[in-house]
Design a protein around this ligand. Sequence first.
Ligand code: GLA
Ligand code: GLA
Length: 673
Amino acid sequence: MSAWPDALTGIAFGGDYNPEQWPRETWEQDARLMAEAGVTVVSVGIFSWALLEPEQDRFDLDWLGEVMDLLHRSGISVDLATATASPPPWLSHQHPEILPQNADGTRLWPGGRQAWCPSSPVFRERALSLVTALAQRFAGHPALVMWHVSNELGGHNARCFCDVSAADFRRWLERRYGDLEHLNDAWGTTFWSQRYTDWEQILPPRTAPTFPNPTQQLDFSRFSSDALLDHYRAERDLLHRLSPGVPVTTNFMVMSHVRDMDYFAWGPEMDVVSQDHYLEAHRDDAHVELAFSADLTRGVANGRPWFLMEHSPSAVNWQERNIAKQPGQLRRNSLAHVARGADAVCFFQWRASRAGAEKYHSALVPHAGTDTRLWREVVELGRTLEAIGEVAGSRVRADVAILFDWEARWAAELDSHPSRDVTYLDLMQRIYRALWDLGVTVDLVHPGSDLSSYRMVVAPTLYLTTDSTAAELRSYVEQGGLLLVSYWSGIVDEHDHVRLGGYPGAFRDLLGISTEEFFPLRAGEQVRLGGDLLAGAAAQVWTELLSLRGADEVAGYVDGPLPGIPALTRNEVGSGAAWYLATRPDEMGTAALVRELCAASGVDVHQHGGVEVVRRHGPEASYLFVLNHTAEEVEVAATGTDLVSGGVCAGDVRVPAGSVAVVREEVPQGARP
Ligand code: GLA
Ligand code: GLA
């Protein structure tokens, strides 16, 4: 099954609702305020296991029933949590074996949240028992529109190194390798005397005297993501059986700082892909990271509309300095997600808590109440989302794809590599930023995706590359595509074994180059670049001793460890071209490169200087989102009706500083798909 909840029409609006923290009088007030703000859906019960099952097998679901009834009477739909995110104290007290363990053997105790081992059969059984009780009671409730499994699976417990996990890891390895010989080969265990002669000898990569085996680490990352996904499936399958027809989701964390879950493997298992996003408030381009995460979420959802389950009304509580949002930012951030495919805009949380670890996290109803600028902005957002409701269901289209692969990320960021400055997202986000600046919409897709519709494909830091990915990229280029591959791509196979004969083994022939040695740079070291395209630009982090094997040099190093050696190359293959970027250019160089590649592949660019411009396409109309992140009013070409202001745009739309417009552009009859 794969379906958006029927009851949620337009752009859904709401948030996590935790009424169990409040007396009943507050519930009535909440329902009134939700109606005032235009809230259409709330997620209920996420952390209420301890109240729903105060002791084993004694369920107290009546209070939740009252909440559901009240919400239904108020016209608000419920995304009902399975409440399994955080086990109650009685459970870990009775069964301390469910507690997770760190790599160094430290047990993670209850008292925070999510203190459970993903492989624990005891935890699984207790969780499914609660899900059964909830589904039996609420499957037919008229407020229920979606099930919300657990919460941010893997948020705090993604990797458990306990003995139960060790046994589960061994079972996973047996399924992957069949016999020990294949495992020993894959893990390269002749190195450092690690050869295994019995499955029982194999452990998770616990803290060791020095670098643990890299393939063991990579497989443990794969296993850990799978173990959590297994938990999701167990709850989902039960819900499909007991509550047929109601879609099931869980909230992802597709954010730059989260890397433990392979969401491309998870996406197809979801009825609806949901996502939580929190701004990296310390970054001055936090809105670009937001766009990147939203595009990646759309990739995980395979292009379908997705559900923004959480973001923050203003500050969070868990960063080092929790920066409040500027006036207008709430709406701008919300619409940035919608522009990139979200059909729901929800928040953590409805009402700011009085107690607990998140009491300083902003909420739709702040501690100060409703006579506040935040509440007024919340009400305004509700009106805006209602006004743009017809956008729901429309799709984003992109001419450019950037390949993203969590396995490549895990492998690329292991210890004992040539330079700690080469991190998976670094170059990818620099290239994304340069495309964002040019107004180019990007799909972030898995390397296994169909790439034929893209004019340009970028493979940044695709360190681990399978044979089939290499073959698909070759045929993409042969058939006329433009491909840009960067340093630290195509170096190893799926077992993290180096592809021999010159780097990057997976792409050497396609790129028409061969590298014999890496020359990473010292911290802060710069080298100057030459060649028409990059003259005047500098580079940092990485250089390599590269020779041409059929490709043309586009730029080279003027100084540094490798003067005269090519830094950027281009190779014609079939009717396309494969470019190789062997270093990390500065902003100016990256911008020049990206502009050149767009020109070469026929990708339209529009420079709007800090203004985000994205389109969603529906059968009857397109919707042009204009998000003005600057302090000046801007004018962008547009013809149609601005759904936000109601104004008619004859040729252009004026968007005040910090504001937004969503222009409905009629699609001419003949041009409809
Ligand atoms: C030490 C060890 C070697 C090797 C090198 C790497 O000298 O004895 O086995 O690990 O370090 O620099
Ligand atoms: C996550 C969780 C929420 C809450 C927020 C705070 O997204 O899912 O329960 O902790 O973070 O930002």
